[in-house]
Design a binder for this molecule. Structure first.
Ligand code: A2H
Length: 253
């Protein structure tokens, strides 16, 4: 943890039918996966949601209407940031292991894919943010590498009991243009740094930094109401809009 808190956006991915076994008690309720992102402007390009397979998650009542699935430490932080029934107190309704939630269908704000599925990423940490990460393989090298692992390794899908339809057919969506990098920076950088798996921490770090820097400084939006706007300008506008519409929560840690 750094000295200066980071400003994340928790995007609310709504759980929709068919509910997986452990989610069945929540049918008919407003349950959301709380995905922490630093790039709210990329939400058009979501293809899936990542959880740590061995991670512990909970369902927390954060106000009278909404239930959020995330780590307990994030729920406690949120309880001090205005998102709990009683300040500083959590109301935990259930405990889950990440792998029991795979295949959960989600509807996410701004996403061009109307329904996306919950899948494993081995590098998701439950020690920071919410432990829930929404996946944008067009602009995040980590997401691209992890989705590609699941697509190209049937054994890996089998290991986690993933249905092909949750994974195959979800390709990067063109959401941001960056001169000299094209409309999908992550696959371009994964090739440049010879990244072929989600476990290649060092080249992924380089690719991630380059994607972030070039996207922020030189990117232009290709989708949505800010199409044609520089990423730099669209980013805070999209964040504010999501928050104003009740589709996201500002989160600091
Ligand atoms: B970002 P920070 Cl398109 N474990 O969102 C692993 N990764 C996590 C995480 C966790 N517990 N919590 C959040 N993240 C991811 C979008 C995105 C992100 C794009 C490009 C780069 C990028 C879509 N995934 O992150 O600095 C989330 O993925 C690279 C900066 O370690 C979050 O933003 O706090 C970002 O990492 C937070 O990174």
């Amino acid at each position: 943890e750094g000295v200066k808190p980071k400003e994340y956006t928790i995007v609310k991915l709504k759980v929709v039918a068919p509910f997986v076994e452990v989610m069945k008690p929540f049918e008919g309720k407003n349950v959301y996966f709380g995905a922490a992102t630093l790039r709210p402007e990329t939400m058009y390009g979501q293809t899936n949601c990542w959880l740590a397979p061995e991670g512990e998650y909970g369902a927390f009542q954060i106000n009278k209407d909404d239930i959020l699935v995330l780590t307990e430490r994030a729920a406690l932080n949120l309880a001090y940031q205005g998102h709990s029934e009683v300040r500083g107190k959590i109301n935990k309704l259930a405990t889950f292991k990440g792998q029991d939630l795979f295949g959960t269908a989600l509807e996410s704000p701004l996403s061009i894919n109307k329904v996306i599925y919950t899948l494993p990423m081995l590098t998701v940490s439950t020690k920071k943010t919410t432990g829930v990460v929404t996946s944008v393989p067009s602009d995040s090298p980590d997401d691209y590498a992890a989705l590609n692992d699941l697509k190209t390794k049937p054994k890996l899908r089998e290991k986690f009991g993933l249905k092909d339809e949750w994974v195959l057919g979800f390709d990067p969506v063109e959401i941001i243009n960056i001169p000299e990098y094209g409309n999908c920076v992550a696959p371009v950088l994964c090739e440049k740094y010879k990244i072929t798996s989600q476990n290649q921490a060092e080249p992924l770090e380089l690719a991630k930094d380059e994607a972030y820097l070039k996207g922020f400084n030189f990117g232009t939006m290709l989708q949505g109401e800010f199409k044609g706007t520089p990423v730099k300008d669209a980013k805070p506008l999209i964040r504010d809009l999501l928050i104003k519409n009740g589709q996201a929560i500002p989160y600091a840690e």
